[in-house]
Design a protein around this ligand. Structure first.
Ligand SMILES: NC(=O)c1ccc[n+]([C@@H]2O[C@H](COP(=O)([O-])OP(=O)(O)OC[C@H]3O[C@@H](n4cnc5c(N)ncnc54)[C@H](O)[C@@H]3O)[C@@H](O)[C@H]2O)c1
Length: 449
């Protein structure tokens, strides 16, 4: 106890008590009246040498603990998210990946680059000669090995994905210090509607807190990039006027996911208004295709059908089939690139607004909703297998009964025009699925032909 007393870990109260004992401020606190004079001097002498000794120990302990915590403090954000970044080699990879390969090419930070849409957009940007740096935290919402496979694919096209979180302000500041990004294509998010029931805070972490951390970095960057980001058709929520148009109500979300995307639209508006950031929000409608997301129905239906397992099909409460405006990935990528190319400049610099900047919102859909039984029958045809269907009434899980995009605005301002119908798109998806998941899937596929 004596040895431990001066060490910093004791509570403040304990420390005060010990210090009082060691350094009596009033003589009355040390009851030594009955002691011999020599004994008293000895006591005083002993007390003062003990005091000095303990102070020395205390200072050494304090210095040692500060030094040992120093690396943790300087990289606390990295440790908290268990990612690693930094160093000369890392900076070189970032710079090389960010360099455009064509005159006046864009320099784009793509968040969520290891994700489904992010990986496709990154590749398309690189193919036309733009510079790209990806950022992704490789979380395990769905199988991270698929994200890593996408990363390897991008790496073979000289695209570097930084392993980090959009909540890491130090990392973002470093990236904007190293690279003068012209655009940010922000696709990182906690996607999926149903998972919010299980893990609501992941939506707040990525779609609200992460968005604000990223916008803070973008706002402070000099030059200030244009900001293009993924909102969602889910913001239409309980709207039942079809097709969904950008001018319709979006204040009745049916899920936490939708609420965070709607909040994102409001948050980006304030950064446009206060800081002069050029903002484009893209409301994607059920994107599907090769390298897609395993949590989406077309993907896990395929897996189950190939494995001979039953699939659950939800039907609306009124007996109507659920329908989605399925949009093929290549059409979405063209929409994203058009949004990047037409985005006006941010007017601010280093956090100071210099004038009004554009604030745009576009639907990117296919304008031709497909109901779930039709989706399944197309999959059955391409897989040459019959699905074991289990139809039940849709539970209250945040899903809306249908989506249908009006894309007039995107056609007029982005030249957006979807060209892939669901049959052609699913055919490409099935081909990719069989080739990606290899022999096991193909084995089942062949035996059931
Ligand atoms: N796919 C669709 O049908 C669809 C529809 C509407 C909107 N969207 C939106 O489009 C964007 C891309 O969707 P997707 O289908 O490619 O999803 P995805 O999950 O495949 O991609 C998102 C990526 O972001 C990463 N990520 C998540 N949180 C992060 C964080 N805090 N820091 C760094 N990285 C993080 C994930 O690891 C993932 O790789 C998302 O914003 C999504 O909400 C998608």
């Amino acid at each position: 106890m004596e040895k431990a007393a001066p060490v910093a870990f004791a509570s403040a109260k304990m420390r005060a008590l010990k210090e009082d004992e060691l350094f009596p401020s009033t003589p009355g606190k040390f009851k030594i009246e009955r002691s011999h004079q020599f004994h008293r001097q000895y006591q005083r002498c002993f007390a003062s040498s003990t005091t000095i000794f303990l102070w020395v120990i205390f200072l050494i302990a304090l210095t040692a603990s500060f030094l040992s915590f120093q690396p943790f403090l300087s990289s606390s954000s990295r440790l908290s998210s268990a990612h690693s970044w930094g160093g000369l080699q890392w900076e070189r990879q970032v710079r090389v990946s960010a360099s455009p390969r064509r005159p006046s090419g864009l320099t784009v930070l793509v968040t969520g680059a290891a994700g489904f849409i992010g990986s496709h957009c990154s590749l398309a940007l690189r193919k036309r000669g733009d510079g790209i740096v990806g950022l992704d935290n490789f979380n395990s919402y769905y199988d991270p090995s698929l994200k890593k496979a996408r990363r390897s694919h991008l790496s073979s096209h000289s695209i570097f994905i930084v392993d980090g979180d959009i909540n890491d302000a130090r990392l973002l500041s470093k990236l904007f210090d190293i690279v003068p990004f012209s655009h940010v294509l922000h696709l990182a998010a906690q996607a999926g509607v149903r998972y919010a029931i299980e893990n609501p805070s992941s939506y707040i972490h990525s779609n609200i807190a992460g968005l604000v951390t990223l916008l803070e970095a973008v706002k402070s960057a000099d030059p200030q990039p244009a900001f293009i980001w993924a909102s969602s058709s889910s913001v239409y929520g309980l709207n039942d006027i079809v097709p969904f148009s950008e001018s319709h109500r979006t204040d009745r979300p049916a899920s936490l996911y939708a609420a965070t995307k709607k909040a994102g639209e409001e948050i980006t508006h304030t950064y446009n208004h206060i800081h002069g950031l050029s903002i484009t929000g893209l409301r994607f409608f059920t994107v599907y295709g090769p390298w897609g997301r395993p949590d989406m129905a077309y993907f896990f239906f395929t897996k189950a059908i190939l494995a001979g397992k039953p699939i659950t099909i939800y039907r609306g409460r009124d007996g109507l089939n659920l329908a989605r405006d399925f949009t093929y990935i290549d059409d979405i990528v063209r929409g994203c690139l058009a949004a990047l190319d037409t985005a006006g400049k941010s007017t601010g610099s280093g956090g100071k607004k210099r004038g009004a900047a554009p604030y745009r919102i576009f639907n990117l859909g296919n304008t031709s909703p497909v109901n779930v039984p039709t989706l399944v029958s197309i999959l059955e045809r391409h897989l040459k297998l019959k699905a074991k269907k289990h139809v039940i009434e849709m539970p209250s899980n945040g899903d809306v009964p249908f989506t249908h995009a009006n894309i007039t605005l995107a056609m007029a301002e982005l030249g957006y025009k979807p060209t892939t119908n669901i049959d052609a798109g699913l055919k490409k998806f099935v081909k990719w699925y069989i080739s990606y998941y290899g022999h096991a899937a193909r084995g089942i596929f062949k035996t059931n032909l």
